[in-house]
Design a protein around this ligand. Structure first.
Ligand code: AR6
Length: 366
């Protein structure tokens, strides 16, 4: 269910339809309405005059004329009157009506502005919440690419707990690749020591996994391989077991993904929708065993499949990636996996606020 929040001017969006936050006359006005009419040219106003206006919460369709978008869907948001005059339901209805109209006309991509959040005075954060809820609800059941176009730099999600927690996690764990602080060096050295242990242990695991005759019934158990003398931390052991498993198989990303979908008892559509990936990209991944996805696409599937950290690392490795603490995006993902928080839309809200790439593909190659 590809959905993306983008910062742009909606009149520049090359989509099947852009949505206009109009008034009931549909004859133009200020804000995004004015911008759309100016960019589309006088023919848009001429067609709007034939429509007989539009009720609040409803939607009507016209051509796009000089806009890059083929169509304009005009909808009328509620005027904010304090929140007890049915504003939420009416605003939600704007998104639903516009999306239903788009579906009726077989449109594949639609871009919305934040309806009612300007001249009509709806509080921006709440308007954003209603928009995201209504769009995600629709996309759970329909194939379409939907953009929510936000004008300029505005902060919508910084007050949320998830955002605050993620920010804290980043500040505790972010490793600037150029830092040269003594404490950082000490940490890196400690890791190196582990890595040497890791190499020794990997060699041993490989020696053990080489084919050898089965012991005869009643025979004494084979002697354990000589210990290196140092104890191996449990977490490291788990990591190495995963590494070894990965090496034993040359299954690529595509095969691994399909296997995991089966193992989790999911349907393909359920998985790619949860991942915010469109059907076409999924079909491409499915049919190409050599497919190399982008890192955000792998992250999206990790979330959809609700993988644990070792499973996530395995899937990333199949696509040639690893989680890095010098990437803020990786830290966001690592935090969410550790917390078992797998809601792609809410993770995208945090990524959006941090100006990082979003999960999923929204109809672009990934
Ligand atoms: N691209 C994307 N978003 C935009 C653009 C743009 N070019 N221009 C403004 N916005 P508003 P409303 C954002 O006032 O609140 C009109 O006069 C803007 O920052 O356009 O539904 C109509 O005729 C804000 O977040 O629409 C109605 O009378 C959002 O679009 C009335 O205003 C909506 O702001 C409708 O008011």
């Amino acid at each position: 269910m590809p959905f993306e929040i983008v910062r742009d001017d909606i009149t520049r969006m090359k989509v099947d339809a852009i949505v206009n936050a109009a008034n009931r006359s549909l004859l133009g006005g200020g804000g995004v309405d004015g911008a759309i009419h100016r960019a589309a040219g006088p023919e848009l106003r001429a067609e709007c005059e034939t429509l007989g206006g539009c009720e609040t919460g409803q939607a009507k369709l016209t051509k796009g004329y000089r806009l890059p978008a083929r169509y304009v869907i005009h909808t009328v948001g509620p005027i904010w009157r304090g929140g007890n005059a049915g504003e939420r339901e009416l605003l939600s209805s704007c998104y639903r009506s516009a999306l239903e109209l788009a579906r009726k006309h077989h449109l594949e991509s639609v871009a919305f502005p934040l309806i009612s959040a300007g001249a009509y005075g709806y509080p921006k954060e709440e308007a954003m919440e209603v928009a995201v809820d209504a769009i995600c609800q629709f996309l759970l059941h329909h194939e379409m690419t939907v953009y929510l176009v936000v004008f300029g730099r505005q902060e919508f999600f910084t007050g949320r707990k998830l955002f605050q927690d993620v920010k804290e996690y980043i500040s505790d764990n972010y490793v600037d690749s150029h830092v040269n602080r003594p404490s950082e060096n000490a940490r890196q050295m400690a890791w190196l020591e582990d890595e040497q242990q890791a190499l020794a242990l990997e060699k041993r695991i490989f020696a053990e996994s080489a084919p050898r005759p089965e012991p005869e019934m009643g025979a004494a158990p084979a002697a354990k391989p000589a210990s290196s003398g140092k104890s191996i931390p449990g977490g490291l052991m788990a990591r190495l077991k995963w590494k070894e498993l990965i090496r034993r198989t040359d299954e690529g990303f595509s095969r691994a993904l399909l296997r995991l979908i089966d193992e989790k008892g999911m349907k393909d559509a359920e998985c790619y929708r949860k991942a915010n990936v469109d059907r076409r990209l999924f079909a491409k991944i499915r049919s190409d065993p050599e497919y190399r996805p982008s890192k955000p696409t792998v992250f999206a599937f990790i979330m959809a499949l609700e993988l644990s950290l070792p499973e996530a690392e395995e899937l990333l490795e199949k696509a040639g990636f690893a989680i890095s603490h010098s990437s803020k995006m990786d830290l966001v993902i690592e935090y969410c996996i550790r917390e078992r928080f797998y809601d792609v839309m809410q993770i995208n809200e945090v990524l959006y606020e941090l100006d990082l790439p979003l999960l999923g593909n929204c109809g672009q190659a990934a």
